[in-house]
Write a protein that binds this ligand. Sequence first.
Ligand code: NAP
Length: 525
Amino acid sequence: MKLPNYVSGRWSEGHGTGEPLIDPVTGDELTRISSQGIDLDAALQFARSQGGPALRGLTYAQRAEMLAKMADALAANRDEYFRLSLLNLGANQADASFDVDGAIYTMKYYAKIGRALAEGKMLKEGAQMPLSKSNAFVGQHFLMPTKGAAVFINAFNFPAWGLCEKAAPALLSGVPILVKPASPTAWLTHRMVEDIVKANILPAGAISIVCGSAREALDHVREEDVISFTGSADTAARIRSNANVLRRSVRVNIEADSINSAILGPEVAPGTDLFDLLVKEVVREMTLKAGQKCTAIRRVLVPRQQLQSFGDAAAALLSSMKVGNPRNPEVKVGPVVNKAQQSSCLEGLSKLKEECSLVFGSEEHFQPIDADPQKSAFVQPTLLSCKDGVGAKYVHDVEVFGPVATLVSYDGLEDLVALARRGLGSLVVSLFSDDQDFIRQAVLGIGDLHGRVLVVDSTVGSQHTGHGNVVPSCMHGGPGRAGGGEELAGLRALMLYHRRFVVQGPAKCIAELSGLSVDASLLYS
Ligand code: NAP
């Protein structure tokens, strides 16, 4: 069986035998995908010529209504998404919920906030600018939904959320989407698209899916299109430098990998609530989705005098987390997504071990519960410790995309800031401290190289939203290595799918155009 692709308004199977999708616990083949023979040029043309005009014929509020219906259609099939998450990702309930419920929540969130844009067809930005003495000739900036298609190239770790967090702002903007999920876990995205298509909510051409390699999509994008990519920094570089993408100045948003850090404040002593809260957070980040989150904590920057006690506390908690087949109710940590990822994790780990000592895990004959180590793709949660963060290289550079984190000691604020900045641009950093001066200095020292800074003090305690959680009202993305992209942040996400232009003309003409527009300041409210 092969999953059909949905392009040009119809389902069509790719040629050839295709690529197998595998259960990472049993090693069994589940289904196959192929994009061979799929005319991607025609698919994009259909999206631009059919889907785009139909979507833009609606107002923002009508499109928000469409998102609400999509969210309902997805919510109705939630159990099936959990089943596929278990089969194709080895996800337990918590892992699946993070992806699937996060996806449905994000869709609902955009349905709700999108209504504020009401009847507008485009956005008006800022005030009118007088350009002549009599004010007869004026200037006004507008933002218009692009008349192209949005191409989503997604990572394997969030097949549900990755679809919805991109689809909601694009469709709300009036831009049709073509999604290419990562091959190893394409099934769940495919099923969600199938459910949306079956529910008959979107006009023809508004949504397409291609499962399989589909590299040549980049050769068919045009000036009006937008590429939104999530994945590794290496692939990001290839996409950015594609000749067609460069020649046509196609807009590209990149969400890439990231060596995120969490910081324990200098005054936080072992045994305090704040200390324990960070220990818990580090272990949660290592084990949820088996550490396969772009936002996961990879480095824990700890005052040198607390390195040992932090390691002991985290190791004690990690030892209580059972690893194995998620079908066993006692199990808390599942596998990574496939054998290739397992090898990549082990390879990265061996590099980290060159400059770190072992605190927990990485046993030579590790045996996952109810799973055959030969067939399955488990990585034992592993915590490392690095006493020479300044001299270390791999710790700041190698993203082990699995249940692995490294404690790195720091000596004072200056050292800490320098170490955090060695990530060269990260999605998120968190600061656990009650020292307001330290927090202020640290934020000023590292804010520019991080997309999100999570600050937790004793007044916040466990009410914080989580280091790795991306909430749709706040920005997701990061500079430098993290790709330089920005997603979500409420209605700001619509900016990616709008083009700014200015009209310099008669005041009457500008007034008429303004009448078709919604105030862009709503994007920031
Ligand atoms: P990946 O290997 O870079 O693949 C990502 C996507 O790019 C897949 O759909 C892949 O398709 C496609 N692709 C690969 N080579 C391509 C090329 N030459 N041209 C066009 N498309 C290409 O990443 P991954 O292994 O799926 O995901 C893990 C990585 O994603 C981690 O590094 C993680 O940090 C990052 N990530 C980042 C975020 C974020 O928001 N910043 C979120 C999640 C994950 P195929 O699967 O068909 O090869």
